[in-house]
Design a protein around this ligand. Structure first.
Ligand SMILES: Cc1ncc(COP(=O)(O)O)c(C=O)c1O
Length: 472
């Protein structure tokens, strides 16, 4: 009997050792795959080729009956994924506004996956809740926001805008004696929403899902850089949400906050700032002049997955008076009621969610204040070099390159579109297209820590080579 028990115990121990070894082998494989991918970024094409994309079909097979070894699953995933993903982790991706992943943030992302924390409840993860609190304090110190603000950690700026809008909706209607969380918007006092003519589509989406509509807005005319004209603002009052933009997605321009926000505050309006990437200019001594006055607003939305170079997805909402966010996001249920200074689900639309504070903490801790400033300044320097190189080659730069965004026209719309498509196919770099105030343009957004001078020169040479071939 004793012998049987000893054998049984030994088997359990051996099984545990075996599982640990398997897990170690698996994670070592993932390390090898990841390192191989990261090392390939310097040379590899940015967008997958048409041939590479054929590989995607391999994923699409009937779901088998039996389990498959984790090692095989990961091998299969890597075979397809490492050949078909877009290499925005490298230094030659300039599409949309997409940052890379800082080494510390990527490594923290691995650990975060290992820990698998549910950040919705402090009791479910005191660690996740605490690290968010620390990030909130750091962000408030770093960004041009009111110093009494607190942050919530969401998926991106679309959700951050939404969160801020419902917090403003709460504050405005509460002043009018209306409990919007309890009674909804039917028969509620009207709220006036004002945006600039160059408002980002995601803010319109946020307004529409918040029940405020994207058609019943007042749009303020803008100048040739997309900046709201301060001298043609409509009537503002206590029932107004005025949305400003720090960093236009095309030109990178900033609404004149210093002029507009004091006027709006005098009238009792709520001021919200969509600062998806531009808000980070306020963390650089060289560029902070652009964000002067934004700290006077009531709410701000920004991304960590853009200019801070934190892996997807990572957005941040900041509220001067977080009581309004907490009220808008409140929820009740016997096992959910919590006490404490920071109840995480009162800062975001979700209950269960990943612990986004982990990667943000790692990014900020690895960069420090000087590193954040250096990241902003070096990417802006690269953008200026693109503008200079393309202008010297005879192409038209359509915007004042104030931060990291460059708009270039290669002539007629058809020619510009053809050149953009050829650049994407060529694979040396990746840039997207846009239409800026009626003119078709290619947009270059330099948002990644990984971009080097060499990447810029190589990309510039490819763009000019392709443009010359297509333009004759
Ligand atoms: C000004 C602005 N607002 C909002 C967004 C949307 O951000 P997200 O994709 O993180 O939701 C973007 C994206 O580029 C942007 O530039």
């Amino acid at each position: 009997m004793i012998r049987k028990l000893a054998i049984y115990t030994l088997l359990i121990i051996l099984n545990k050792i075996n599982n640990t070894i398997n897990m170690k082998n698996l994670l070592e494989k993932v390390t090898a795959y990841s390192v191989e991918y990261l090392s390939s970024l310097k040379e590899r094409r940015v967008a997958p080729s048409v041939n590479d994309l054929e590989l995607l079909k391999k994923l699409d097979q009937p779901l088998q009956e039996k389990p498959l070894e984790a090692k095989e699953v990961i091998q299969e995933l890597n075979e397809v994924g490492s050949r078909t993903v877009v290499a925005n982790a490298g230094g030659r991706f300039f599409g949309f506004v997409i940052g890379g992943s800082l080494p510390a943030a990527l490594a923290a992302n691995w650990l975060a996956g290992t820990w698998d924390q549910n950040a919705g409840l402090a009791i479910a993860s005191p660690f996740a809740s605490h690290i968010e609190d620390v990030c909130s304090k750091w962000l408030v110190q770093l960004l041009p926001v009111a110093k009494e603000s607190a942050a919530g950690f969401v998926t991106g700026v679309t959700t951050a805008n939404f969160s801020a809008i419902v917090a403003s909706r709460h504050a405005i209607l509460k002043k009018q004696g209306w409990d919007v969380e309890a009674n909804g918007l039917f028969n509620a006092p009207e709220i006036k929403v004002i945006v600039g003519e160059e408002v980002h589509g995601s803010l319109l989406k946020a307004l529409s899902i918040a029940g405020l509509g994207h058609e019943r807005l007042i749009k303020v005319p803008v100048d040739n850089q997309g900046r709201m004209k301060a001298n043609v603002l409509p009537e503002l009052d206590e029932r107004t949400i005025l949305c400003l933009q720090a960093g236009n997605v095309n030109t990178g321009s900033f609404d004149p906050a210093k002029e507009i926000i004091p006027l709006a505050k005098k009238k009792g309006a709520w001021v919200h700032v969509d600062g998806a990437f531009g808000l980070w200019a306020g963390a650089s001594p060289e560029y902070k002049y652009l964000t002067e006055g934004y700290e006077l607003a009531d709410s701000w939305a920004t991304d960590a997955h853009k200019w801070l170079n934190v892996p997807y997805d990572s957005g941040i909402v900041l509220l001067k008076n977080p009581d309004n966010l907490r009220a808008a996001m409140s929820m009740h249920g016997a096992y959910l009621d919590q006490a404490g200074d920071r109840i995480p689900y009162q800062y975001t639309p979700e209950l269960s969610r990943k612990a986004r504070g982990i990667e943000i903490w790692a990014a900020l801790r690895s960069l420090g204040r000087n590193g954040v400033a250096e990241l902003i300044e070096s990417t802006c320097k690269h953008a200026k070099r693109f503008a200079e190189g393309l202008s010297n080659a005879g192409y038209t730069i359509l915007n004042d390159v104030v931060i990291n965004q460059v708009l270039v026209s290669f002539g007629e719309a058809e020619t510009t579109n053809k050149i953009i498509s050829e650049i994407q196919k060529d694979g040396t770099c990746w840039c997207g297209g846009t239409v800026w105030q009626g003119k078709t343009a290619m947009r270059i957004s330099v948002s990644s820590w990984a971009t080097t001078d060499e990447d810029v020169e190589k990309s510039l040479a490819a763009i000019i080579r392709i443009a010359k071939q297509k333009n004759g």
